[in-house]
Design a protein around this ligand. Structure first.
Ligand SMILES: [Cu+2]
Length: 637
């Protein structure tokens, strides 16, 4: 079997793709080799530059791995794929493999146990951020792990010594997995009927989630099920697209907040320009409505090329790991036959033809949304996978994310082979596709018989009286830190030598003393020992076994991305109007809301399996880090 040839820009990635290690309780198969064996020895076409992370697959019900967070030094493209920038970003490695553009893809199925030992090898938190940051960005190098969308226990297995953690993310801000070697054992027991689809993992340490995910701390989880065993589905080549828009300072950016090129070290980098920098659309009509958005990478590569043969069927898994921006996916002159929304399957396809001429409505993915689609390559030629423009805010402020080219698809002449000799799928799997019973509709009678409780949650950005003083404190800190010099290189040394001086400087500016490692700001702040953000974190208390109907109201022009952990949502209404119900775990709140006339999403949810606490929040993670987050506590009767 010839080695798969993968064209990449740097050796790090190439080495990463070649690894074929075995891990303790799972098997690692480089994606290229999987394709290779399926293709009966045909290597991917030399023009193909699409790469994907290696897959680790559960064996005998178990996938057990070590995942390590550390800095990754490499190069990444900006808008121009030929222009690459040196970067030093937080990222995941696994077992003995160093960090890369993504963690490995983890492949499991209902009934499996996924064990991840998280090792935090990031450097200690920089000194000024170990102190209280008025924008709530506290510990950029303290982390934890979240399996976005998985229906699993969110608590701690306290009977285990040492402790084992479920999908636990409600770490207090003095907790978490701390830098320089702290570890935590996560254990995810997937229910036997867990639906099949794409999920992903990323940090969710409150206050640091945006900066860590907007580095490259993320990876795919594929839950397999009966749909994957359909012969046509199994034969179709699977491409996993992690859409990424890493933030990093570069010298072409007008304002890089004093951060070294290639790095992401300040919350202001992700918060002051949440859509990022990069694509300019100044020549368009209504140019001022267009936001200067980031170019999107797919698995670390800008605008990769995918080679297919005319008539070939592939299945594509889309995961929008961006922390803020939307995607609006459309493939030129082809139909995307969607069969999962997020990780939740449907028995029929929802078809998305080329949307350029049809009002521009492709597969719209908010931050955190996923989708699976089957596509069949048409006549030979070159086609573009695009993100069409998306209006992410309307009303008093209108904001449109510009369109972008995400990938190039080259469709080759069909080989003159008999159907049974072809090494790839040519048939679109027939409906109805199998789906888990877990996804049966939540009917009126089920809702009524399980309590029928309704509740409303408001998403609103509010003014904060302390913001102005927070801003002046921030600028005081910035002054101090510019005096204190660079922080990223020798953090510990600088911590020791600069802290005393920094405290003096801050005291001079604010007129208040700085004691211990706690910075005392010149205005009243909530006390330190609380979970999440005490002043404005409320808790939704739910009884185990309840079925509830929630309406999430959006008071703002911007389309916040609502996400809730543990249990998926069965969407029933948009803006109060019934829609064809569907399952998801992340949903765009319609833009254009005002306090007088909020927009809304209504869904039903079953709280059958797991007790809390866990969280709901905006998957625009900057918003979440700033406090757009609540606890959900599910308690037994
Ligand atoms: Cu999540």
């Amino acid at each position: 079997m010839p080695k798969p040839k993968i064209i990449t820009h740097d050796t790090t990635r190439r080495n990463f793709m070649r690894m074929g290690v075995s891990v303790a309780s799972g098997i690692a198969i480089p994606a290229g080799l999987i394709a290779c064996s399926r293709e009966g020895g045909n290597a991917p076409h030399p023009l193909q530059t699409f790469v994907q992370p290696p897959m680790l697959e559960a064996k005998n019900g178990l996938l057990d791995l070590t995942l390590t967070a550390s800095y990754w030094d490499s190069k990444l493209s900006g808008a121009d794929p030929k222009q690459q920038y040196p970067v030093s970003l937080r990222a995941y490695g696994y077992e003995s493999n160093g960090p890369s553009y993504s963690g490995p893809t983890l492949v499991v199925k209902g009934g499996d146990q996924l064990r991840i030992k998280l090792v935090n090898n990031l450097p200690v938190n920089p000194p000024f951020l170990a102190l209280r940051d008025p924008t709530n960005y506290m510990k950029p190098n303290t982390t934890n792990l979240h399996t976005h969308g998985l229906h699993v226990y969110p608590g701690i297995y306290s009977d285990k010594k040492p402790l084992e953690y479920g999908d636990y993310v409600v770490d207090p801000n003095y907790g978490g997995v701390t830098p320089k070697g702290d570890t935590r054992q996560y254990v995810y027991n997937l229910p036997i009927d867990h639906p099949a689809g794409p999920f992903y993992y990323h940090p969710q340490y409150h206050g640091s989630s945006a900066i860590q995910v907007a580095s490259l701390m993320q990876g795919a989880i594929m839950v397999r099920g009966p749909v994957d065993e359909l012969p046509e589905m199994a034969q179709a080549k699977e491409l996993i697209f992690l859409f990424q828009a890493p933030y990093f300072a570069n010298n072409q950016t007008a304002d890089n907040y004093g951060v070294k090129d290639g790095q992401l070290e300040k919350f202001s980098q992700v918060a002051n320009h949440p859509t990022g920098f990069g694509l300019r659309n100044n020549n368009l009509a209504n140019a001022k409505e267009y936001i200067d958005a980031q170019p999107v990478l797919i698995n670390g590569v800008r605008q990769p090329t995918i080679v297919m043969e005319s008539g070939e069927v592939q299945r594509w898994r889309f995961i929008n790991t961006q922390v803020f921006n939307y995607l609006n996916l459309s493939l030129d002159e082809h139909v995307l036959h969607q069969y999962t929304m997020d990780g939740w399957g449907s028995s029929t396809y929802q078809d998305y033809p080329d949307a350029r001429q049809k009002g521009g409505r492709g597969i719209i993915l908010a931050a955190g949304n996923r989708s699976s689609a089957v596509i069949k390559a048409g006549t030979p030629g070159t086609y573009l996978l695009r993100s069409l423009p998306v209006k992410i805010a309307q009303g008093e402020q209108t904001a449109v994310l510009p369109g972008d080219v995400l990938a190039k698809i080259i469709v080759l002449e069909p080989q003159k082979l008999k159907e049974q000799e072809k090494s790839f799928a040519t048939a679109i799997p027939a409906v109805p596709l199998p789906i888990s019973d877990y996804l049966k509709p939540i009917t009126d009678s089920e809702f009524a018989s399980a309590g029928g409780k309704k509740r409303s949650i408001l998403f609103n950005m509010v003014g904060n009286e302390s913001l102005e003083s927070a801003a002046s404190t921030q600028s005081a800190w910035d002054k101090v830190m510019s005096k204190a010099g660079g922080m990223a290189q020798e953090v510990e040394e600088s911590f020791k030598s600069n802290l005393a001086k920094a405290k003096q400087e801050v005291s001079k500016i604010t007129g208040k003393p700085v004691e211990g490692s706690t910075y005392i700001p010149p205005f009243k702040m909530p006390v330190y020992e609380y979970q999440l953000q005490a002043s404005n974190t409320s808790t939704q208390n739910v009884i185990l076994g309840a079925v509830e109907e929630w309406t999430i109201f959006n008071f703002n022009p911007i389309a916040h991305a609502f996400h809730i952990h543990v249990n998926p949502m069965y969407i029933t209404k948009v803006n109060g109007n019934s829609v064809k119900p569907y399952w998801c775990d992340t949903v765009a709140l319609p833009p254009g809301g005002t306090p007088e006339m909020p927009t809304s999403i209504t869904f039903r949810m079953r709280f059958n399996d797991f007790t809390g606490p866990y969280i709901l929040h905006s998957q625009m993670l900057q918003e979440s880090d700033l406090g757009m987050i609540q606890l959900v506590t599910v308690v037994p009767v």
